[in-house]
Design a protein around this ligand. Structure first.
Ligand code: HEC
Length: 123
């Protein structure tokens, strides 16, 4: 009798733990960053810095720029590189663990990605 009651409490606890797990799973999912406005993409000659960031940079810096293998970029690029040209140089030429993208992306593509990290990922 007592054993059955203990079992029932364990069942309730187990269900509760599963519910908490599922809630936390969803609560912790990072919100996807805002996409680049269509007008900005058109102005950049059809180059979407957000898409390029997702394809070329997110693997190391995180889809929301919060960091991973590479450091956090989101919210700190303007302060870190007051002159965007310095940030463009870092992405073009690389630095230690950061690969050089000069041979793989055009100057326009790098400029669009850098703009994305300074504006949309910067907020
Ligand atoms: C293979 C992993 C990898 C990829 C892919 C990558 N990065 Fe990096 N990135 C790094 C690492 C590691 C560093 C830190 C370099 C250092 O310690 O000097 C870094 C540093 C940087 C920095 C300098 C940050 C600072 O605070 O000084 C910028 C800006 C940057 N990355 C932008 C980009 C952009 C834009 C892309 C996509 C075009 C990209 N990274 C792709 C690994 C990566």
């Amino acid at each position: 009798m007592v054993l059955r009651q203990v079992c029932k409490w364990f069942e309730i606890l187990a269900v509760f733990a599963v519910v908490v797990f599922v809630v936390m799973l969803f609560a912790n999912s990072p919100t996807a960053p805002t996409p680049v406005p269509a007008a900005a993409v058109a102005a950049a000659g059809g180059i979407d810095g957000g898409d390029l960031f997702g394809a070329r940079c997110a693997g190391c810096h995180g889809g929301d720029g919060s960091g991973g293998i590479g450091p956090r970029l989101a919210g700190r690029m303007v302060e870190r590189f007051p002159d965007p040209a310095a940030q463009i140089t870092t992405v073009t030429e690389g630095r230690r663990g950061m690969p050089a993208f000069g041979g793989r992306l055009s100057a326009e593509e790098i400029a669009a990605i850098v703009e994305y990290t300074r504006t949309i990922l910067g907020t």
